[in-house]
Each structure stands twice: as structure tokens, then as C-alpha cells.
Design a protein around this ligand. Sequence first.
Ligand SMILES: [Zn+2]
Length: 325
Amino acid sequence: MAEGREKGLSQRCPLCAGVDHERVSRRGRDGRPLDTVLCIMCGHVFNSPIPSVADLRTYYHQAYRAEYKGVVRPKARHVLRAGIRALERLAQLRTLASTSARLLDVGAGGGEFIYLAGKAGFAARGIEPHQGYAEQARAMLGVDVVNAAMQDAAVPEESIDVVTIHHVLEHLPDPRAALSRIWQWLTPGGLLIVEVPNVASRYHAPRRRFHRAHIHAFNETGLNDAVTNAGFTAVASTVVPETEHLNLVARRSQPAATPSWRATASQIRAQLAAHTAVAHAMSGRPLRRLWANAKRPIVESYQLLRLSDRSPRGILDHIWKEKCS
Ligand SMILES: [Zn+2]
């Protein structure tokens, strides 16, 4: 799997600052050239070079959602989908924190999770780098979403009881700095709930494993390492069924005096090598995904047809009533 070991690639490892990397892929899932490397020291996988903060700011401010979803503002179906996902996240949150907790959602998107968390009693607010989504969350759902990149957000120290950050960490140029910032925002003992894609996942075909927008790729051990080294104690680590995303719950404790790494390059190499195109085809996953993707818009359209109010608020109020009351 390794395509060549190169010392001194332009980029230092964003987690351990190591300079000894090997290339694990030359193409992204879109087929365009994209170099992805594995850090020999800590087993972290990342795109090299990492885009600059300025490039990323422009990208996320305007373009990302449009490129990703094919629309600039989400359709009713997307609100419904985000709302159902938000209810699943909320179910997990309610087992972990009291409903009076102050919650900050990093990468709040259209604000669906914050809106539903608010209905459950949480004092919930969010940060979202995309201007259109942040504006829509405020206008359509009346939720407190600030349009800012994480590094620019003004959040007082020790003012938050729970930070949720779902499918965001892998997009940030410096995940270590992001975790330190979250540590500062949280009260002592405060909760971090983080979810990221899993580099060891077998959900996608191997050639679709790496993604321009996903700068970092963690395995379960590596995510634990990153969070622990930033001053958290892991409470629960889960591999989500089917997608095999990584979900980690941790509490703010003390930053490690010396960072330590349990993830290793050889472990990652073995995980990447185990997921071959043949194994993927034989697993039944491509067919299952095809079927799920074909069925989903039909089910969603049917659900929406039954609603008299198909505004974002109407959709979320409906699923809340159906599932939570
Ligand atoms: Zn490293």
C-alpha cells in the first residue's frame, strides 16, 4: 500500500510534528491528483500539503456546501435528513449530560441539531463557517449560530459544558489546535463529543477513501491519541455501524505533559492493505449502499408529502413530535 517513504516532505505532521512520512495515495475520490501521507512517528494520515488557513476560509465560507451537496441552500429533504441525524445525536447526548447543560455545536450547518437540542432543554448555540447556512439557521430556526471559523470564534474560557463536533475535525488545518481551543472553552470535567470518518472504514471502495476536503484521516486509536494528548480522558469510543465512523466521548481533564502515541504506522498500513477492491466488492456493501441511496429520496419525499408545513421549523417540529414526545 505504501507508495514510497520520503523524509522532509514540505509538511510537518500536524499531530506530532514528525517529518518522516510515506505516501499512501496519489489520488482523491474525485480521481484528481491528491497526495495523502502516513506519519511514521504517530500513524496519522493526512493530505500533503495541508491547504493554508486563508484558502480554507474562502473555500468554506462560500463554496463547500455548494460543491458537496449540489445546492447552496438546503432543500426540505436535506433538512429532514439532517433532522433525523440530529435526533440520533441528541439521543446519545441525553444519556451523557443533563438537559440544562450549556452546549456548543461546532460546524452547526443549518442549525437542526441546535434547534432540537433547544427543544430538549439544552442551552444550545453553534458556530458555522458557511455564511448561507449560519444565516439560514438564524432566520429559519431562530437559533444562535455565529458565522465564524473555529479559530475566529469568540467563546469565553470555561463557559461551555458540552462541545459537539461532528464531521468537522477532519476538515481543519490544525486539529491539535482545535482540540486545545475546545479544551479552553469547556468547564473542568466538561464533555467533548467528536465524530469523524474512519480511515480503517470499509464503507467506501479503497479508491474512494481519500478526499480533498478531509485533510485528516484517523483510525480509532489515532483519534483517541489526539484527544487524550489535548487534555481529555476518553469515556466511550464507538465505531458507528455500516459507515464505521468513529464516535468518541471524552471529558476535559489535564493536558499530557508529554504526548504519547498508541497508533502506529504499521497498524494503519495493515488496515489500509486489508481493505482491497475485491474484498469491498465481496462484502455486499456496494449493493447495500446503492439500494439505500436509491430508496432514501423516495422515503424522504413520502415523509414530506404528509407534512402541511414543509418549512425547516415545520419539518423539525414534526419529527420531534413523532420521535420525542
Ligand atoms: Zn505524526
